[in-house]
Design a protein. Structure first.
Length: 197
């Protein structure tokens, strides 16, 4: 399995991204030394794609597959792409506050700690639907790991399309998200322009 091992803060600096979007509280004190070069249109489009891939932890091939799927759906391709990425199981576990970062959420799912509608799911890219119930397995609920996670994520705002019950480590998907609700600082139209060349 391919893993992105780039230092997170370094990558955030190069993309001009706040680490908060990844669930990381640290701030980098270093300033990026970038010459005052004019960035080409292609450069801007590529940066937006790299931002989206980095935030959601998706590699190139699956990301392109999401784009193709979004293109076949009704409505705006860019909005569909962001909604598909937001519906990933690892992202929903992170949004519910059951993990500190999306990487940790991906690990929790991969270690078979997550039940969707009572069934064990170990695929981080599993797309949730409206009405799905996501919870941590009963035997894992008492572990120290989840107590530590809840201490950190207790004050985190849960998006309005999700309903969470942090005491019982579970949550429900009330409805599918819309682009207006998704707070990711990515201009998806540039991604669509990049892929439609």
């Amino acid at each position: 399995m391919a893993v992105n091992r780039v230092p997170v803060l370094k990558r955030c600096r190069s993309l001009g991204l706040d680490p908060v979007y990844l669930g990381i509280d640290k701030k980098s004190n270093r300033q990026l030394k970038r010459a005052n070069r004019k960035v080409s249109e292609y450069g801007l489009q590529l940066r937006e794609k790299q931002k989206a891939k980095f935030i959601y932890g998706v590699l190139e091939k699956p990301f392109h597959n999401y784009y193709l799927k979004a293109d076949r759906m009704k409505g705006m391709t860019g909005e569909n792409l962001m909604i598909l990425l937001e519906r990933r199981l690892d992202n929903v576990v992170y949004r519910l506050g059951l993990a500190r970062t999306r990487k940790e959420a991906r690990q929790i799912v991969g270690h078979k700690h997550v039940l969707v509608n009572g069934k064990q799911v170990k695929i981080p890219s599993y797309l949730i639907k409206a009405g799905d119930t996501i919870e941590i397995k009963e035997k894992c609920k008492g572990s120290q790991r989840y107590k530590d996670i809840l201490e950190v994520t207790g004050g985190r705002l849960v998006p309005e399309w999700l309903e969470t019950d942090q005491e019982n480590l579970k949550g429900t998907v009330k409805e599918l998200p819309t682009r207006e609700i998704i707070d990711i600082p990515v201009d998806e139209m540039l991604i669509v322009e990049l892929y439609s060349k």
